[in-house]
Design a protein around this ligand. Structure first.
Ligand code: SF4
Length: 410
């Protein structure tokens, strides 16, 4: 399939984001560093340029430079089997290098004026940001939502709402800007709108043939991660959705002979996106949905209740849910996307976003009848990934799914 035309626009949007960020020292704009599912809307309401170290970690993964930097962080006492976003990012910082130089011309990543995290995804981000707080002597603020929630209760939301509100004085001090609820309502509105469009983008893959795969999603998700709360993200997803709807109407799919539809649970293997994508497509299979890309569907945000609705949106994300709630969500997605099989990626350095270690593949299979396969790998550290073994496993799995679909005895 031809590359999506929107890819050119995506490059421009991401280029502008990084260039503007790189100019912040010259323009005097304040910079906040934020976790990927952190309070970006609130930070933007204070006028901060917002930078996401996890996005940088993914870039270190896709450029396959993570392996050069992980040992540098290990020398500083960070274990080699903890989050490889964290270790590669800290290692790159200590080495004073970043792929942003080659790709966007940034000589270095702008220093933060404040660091803001939420531990809705993991505690690792808190330690990671604490490193930079010490390094730059800047304030570190954070929200610690209740973890592994089943159904999110009104008490949970009230607790997180209070925590969000308590960030305001520190953000006023770091930005020099007095909090304005109307500016916050506006960033929440923009975030919700972009998020609803992102949902629609992902849902085009319910069509068969699917016009978009998980691997495309990992590239086109850039703006919903780093530009939440801006017009730029809204405009981008309008354009992408238009193109994908055109593909659905014309019956154009990622592969012309779609024989198997799969779900991907867990982190991407950033350094192997292209080869993994080719592997599925050359076997007439498409990964039509994923836990990862769905993580930025935050469209329950509502500008009428900015604190409450952001508290709800960031507490109810998949990674922060109980095993039982996750299984229910997965079962619903299996049915909605008419999935033939699930791949569970057991990422060696991220147990937080790995659901393969406590029997979930078996339970989901029992509940839905959808077969599953566990593959071992990692988000950035390719020492934990064996391409040969994984290819063999995935090819055999897809063959089995297609045979079952065609009514052939395996
Ligand atoms: S969720 Fe996993 S990959 Fe993401 S920051 Fe936490 S430990 Fe790292």
């Amino acid at each position: 399939m031809k590359e999506l035309q929107s890819t050119q626009l995506l490059k421009e949007v991401m280029g502008k984001y990084f260039t503007t960020l790189g100019e912040s020292e010259a323009t005097g704009r304040k910079v906040a560093w934020c976790t990927s599912t952190g309070p970006a809307e609130l930070l933007r309401a204070f006028g901060f340029e917002v930078y996401f170290p996890e996005n940088h970690g993914a870039l270190l993964g896709t450029t396959r430079t993570a392996g050069d930097y992980i040992p540098v962080a290990v020398k500083q006492g960070y274990a080699g089997d903890i989050c490889s976003y964290l270790t590669s990012d800290i290692g790159a910082y200590l080495d004073r290098r970043t792929p942003l130089t080659q790709h966007y011309g940034l000589s270095h990543i702008p220093k933060p004026d404040v660091l803001a995290y939420t531990t809705n995804q993991c505690r690792e981000v808190q330690d990671w940001f604490a490193f930079y707080a010490r390094e730059f002597s800047v304030p570190l603020v954070g929200v610690n939502p209740p973890r592994f929630v089943d159904e999110v209760s009104a008490e949970n939301v009230a607790d997180v709402r209070r925590q969000f509100e308590s960030l305001v004085p520190a953000l006023e001090a770091a930005s020099g800007v007095v909090f304005d609820i109307d500016r916050f309502r506006e960033t929440v509105r923009l975030s919700s709108e972009a998020s609803a469009l992102w949902r629609s983008v992902l849902e085009t893959a319910k069509a068969s043939p699917a016009p978009l795969s998980f691997f495309d999603g990992t590239i086109h998700m850039g703006p919903i991660v780093v530009l939440r709360g801006t017009e730029a993200a809204v405009n981008y997803y309008h354009a992408l959705l238009l193109e994908l709807n055109g593909r659905v109407a014309a019956g154009v799919g990622v592969v012309s002979n779609e024989m198997a539809r799969l779900y991907w649970d867990g982190m991407p293997i950033w350094g192997k996106l292209r080869s993994m994508s080719n592997l599925f497509h050359s076997n007439a299979a498409v990964v039509v949905a994923s836990t990862y890309c769905n993580s930025w569907i935050l469209d329950t945000m509502d500008e009428r209740t900015p604190f409450e609705s952001t508290a709800l949106a960031y507490t109810q994300i998949f990674i922060n849910r109980s095993e039982q709630a996750k299984e229910k969500i997965l079962a619903e997605l299996m049915a909605e996307y008419r999935v033939d099989g699930i791949i569970f990626h057991d990422a060696r350095t991220c147990f937080n976003n790995t659901n393969a270690r406590f029997g979930m593949p078996q339970r989901v299979q029992q509940k839905t009848g959808v077969p599953s396969l566990v593959i071992e790998g990692d988000l950035c550290d390719l020492r934990f990934f064996s391409e040969g073994q994984t290819t063999t496993k995935i090819e055999a799995f897809i063959e089995q799914l297609i045979d079952a679909k065609m009514g052939v005895e395996a």
